[in-house]
Write a protein that binds this ligand. Sequence first.
Ligand code: EPU
Length: 337
Amino acid sequence: MFIQDNISLKPYNTFGIDVIAKHFVSVSSINELKSVLSLKKYPNKLILGGGSNMLLTKNQDALVIHLNIKGIDIISENEDNVLIKAYAGENWHEFVLWCLNKGYGGIENLSLIPGNVGTAPIQNIGAYGVELKDVFVSCEALSVANKTLKTFSKEDCNFGYRNSIFKQQSKGKYVITSVTFRLTKKNHELHINYGAIASQLETLNVNTPTIKDISRAVIAIRESKLPNPKEIGNSGSFFKNPIISKSHYNKLLKSFDLIPCYPVSEDEIKVPAGWLIEKAGFKGKRFNDYGVHNKQALVLVNYGNAKGEDILKLSRLIQKTIKRLFNITLEAEVNIL
Ligand code: EPU
């Protein structure tokens, strides 16, 4: 194990924010992770996965532990399904491509989501009509307190919209080390009803889509709307889509017509935060080195050397404005550190 001091975290977060970790270590096995978590010399520890869902606003006075545990194992399979265990440090999109190349279906709609396998369950990643929970069987996680591995079933994880037990009661208490998925080998259940996918498949001239076609369509849609973190720093959707009551929605319709919405329950509606932020006039706004993406207002961006505090300030201004205009509270989706 090699602990380094005063390391820039710029290459380790997709926002590309340049803050310093007082101490930094990369771990590539569960045993190494156990040893590092046991080090008494470093009381403050911060676990870093793909760094794709965080905004770093200050230097980290901690031992930053970069999870680099790799591996993909087939646990069992029959004619129809396969159970696959992938370790936390595998890049999510590379894992999706690995599955597609083997002909395994279920996560094609989740193509090109930044981040790693181990962090995917924390916020139950989702896109284009599919969420991680749809293919999730279980995950293993190391308890920070007693360094033992615990298996969490799907029920244990208590998945919700961009939510799980790892963001609630178990926050900071476990480090996910691997995730087991159930994928299909044939008779794939295709999710093509999400509007943008159907029209993209048409553009690609595909009538009977395969899982690879769906992945291609999703990649094309994402590339057209979402900035590539390698070119422009960002963390995907900065806010969650807010859920409001139907009566609140109906009231808003009196002032703003055609507010897009997704029904959530009998009396609740989810409203796209991107639409609200665009209506509030922030879309494409740039302030020095940071701003709001010009093709998807839900994404805040770092054009170069922005500071995390600046992006945080912008996010608070957006929250205040949305509250004033629509009486809606926007909740950040990314972790602010
Ligand atoms: N919209 C606008 N202006 C904008 C952006 C969106 O009016 O600047 C409107 C669109 O026209 C559309 C609606 O808002 O009617 C929804 O937009 P979109 O399909 O782009 O999806 P979203 O609700 O903004 C969510 C996820 C994304 C995911 C897409 C596709 C959240 C917080 N975000 O975005 O996830 O890729 O759906 O499924 O739920 C992420 O979590 O990082 C992420 C990118």
